[in-house]
Design a protein around this ligand. Sequence first.
Ligand code: ATP
Ligand code: MG
Length: 265
Amino acid sequence: MASQYEMKFDPRTIEHLGVRMYSTLPPALVELISNAYDADASRVELKFHEHNGKPVSIQVMDSGHGMSADDIQNKFLVIGRNRRKEDGDKRTTKFERLPTGKKGLGKLALFGLSKIITVDTICNGLRNRFVINWDELMNAEGSYNPRAELVDEPVNRPNGTIIKFSELKRQSPFDIAGLADSLSKIFIVDDGFEIVLTGSDGGSVVVDNARRYSNFTKEFEWDLEKLVPEGSKFFGKIKGFFYTASTPIKPNSGLRGGLFFLEGN
Ligand SMILES: Nc1ncnc2c1ncn2[C@@H]1O[C@H](COP(=O)(O)OP(=O)(O)OP(=O)(O)O)[C@@H](O)[C@H]1O
Ligand SMILES: [Mg+2]
């Protein structure tokens, strides 16, 4: 009998956690957009390329802080790294955002989309680019080495990350407006962060809060600020609106219920 146990992982675990969980586009894109937000990007653009009506590639480009070679190895390529435990639960430096990432699993979403993933990132004037090949990863035993294409190449360009998906699993054409609708129901976009979807024809759609409510027919409205009486300790501290719709709101619309922000105490 072995005196020490060993736990082994099959690369196919990634298949179960990544591919199965992210087989549709919106949840996978949500992970990528969240990572751009956490990286203090002011903008993330998703470009959808088609050829003769067939999807060819998707590029997700953000203006965030990018990754150094060390970040790639010790943050990006680690499955299940808990960033809050390792880095602390602190706000981001530039926009003082509360990071959304927790589990170090979001990157598995990449594998739901395609077989070839190229990460091209610039951090403080140094560019790194590497490729993850799904088939090679699945055949790897023990560990897998993504292929580095550029290592610490000096560049005179701002920080940011581009993740490109080629050999897409998806065969049907992209529906950019439909995607924008789905994403707008998931994110409440703050002012310092812009999400843009661009189609093959170059036309762009911005995922903003206006789109979130575009199919919503308002019946009544209450201004929360006016509902709080002057003597209350919450006076002037609660902002927002209650809306009712003239027709029932569908459960899957993402618009039911409410979200409250409270400043101070
Ligand atoms: N676009 C990006 N720009 C800069 N760093 C990134 C980017 N995407 C990922 N990273 C780095 O890679 C790490 C792993 O990303 P991943 O999405 O797998 O996990 P997470 O965001 O920490 O947690 P979660 O599982 O909740 O998404 C991030 O914590 C971050 O350090
Ligand atoms: Mg993430």
